[in-house]
Design a protein around this ligand. Structure first.
Ligand code: FMN
Length: 211
């Protein structure tokens, strides 16, 4: 049954294991996927990420090997690698402030509070900055999965891969990036047995607590 409400779409979706290799996203659907990633919120609005749309079939075959042979890497319609920056500095913040000031037609000095806050957050994270930056891509991952499901587009989030090999294959280290998590997108195969498994989730009473 195709979903008609947001909650139904959350029940309809599952992490697809087997894609229909013949079914491809339309350009409009691909745009929805990209915009869902791009418009995602992030802590302090840092957006220190790149989303690599891997379109070369040979590269996708190499990535599949580095992902323990998982078929969505080659068989899904589209493949994105969510890659946070490993670090950011004052220059990154300055560029962001200038961009915002231009967009909002205001003097960049008006953004000093925001700029100080962001530089402060970077300093406060110290050696753990890369962890904080890595967390942010999972927000984009979740937003995209939910939006895609609401539009009856399947997705598989994937962490089961050798991230060092991914970095090498995609040349990410030179760009100061790191392969964090995969988002494969497309349409489930008719015979994907996972499609008909009853969805297991812990009971609400075991998850929500009140104080
Ligand atoms: C961050 C993340 C990484 C995941 N990595 C993989 C993976 O490498 N391979 C896979 O088949 N599923 C992967 N999954 C899918 C989960 O196993 C799946 O979402 C979970 O078991 C709940 O099932 P459902 O999404 O089908 O409802 C991943 C999910 C998330 C959120």
């Amino acid at each position: 049954m195709p979903p008609t409400t947001t909650l139904q779409s959350m029940s309809w979706r599952y992490a697809v294991k087997k894609y229909d290799t013949e079914k491809k996203l339309t350009s409009e659907q691909l745009n929805l996927a990209k915009e869902s990633l791009r418009l995602s919120p992030s802590s302090t609005g840092v957006e220190a990420w790149k989303f690599i749309h891997v379109t070369n079939p040979e590269t996708r075959a190499k990535l599949r090997e580095a992902a323990y042979g998982q078929s969505p890497i080659t068989d899904a319609s589209d493949l994105f690698i969510l890659a946070p920056h490993k670090t950011i500095d004052g220059a990154f913040v300055d560029t962001k402030m200038n961009d915002i000031a231009t967009l909002r037609e205001m003097p960049v000095e008006n953004l000093k509070g925001y700029s100080d806050m962001l530089n402060g957050v970077i300093a406060a994270h110290g050696e753990n900055l890369s962890h904080w930056l890595a967390h942010q891509v999972y927000i984009a991952l979740g937003v995209a999965i939910a939006n895609l499901a609401a539009n009856q587009i399947d997705a598989t989030p994937m962490e089961g891969f050798d991230s060092q090999k991914f970095d090498e294959i995609l040349g990410l280290s030179e760009l100061g990036l790191h392969a964090q998590v995969i988002l494969a997108i497309g349409f489930r195969a008719d015979d994907d047995q996972h499609a008909t498994l009853p969805k297991y989730r812990r009971d609400a009473k075991d998850i929500f607590i009140e104080r």
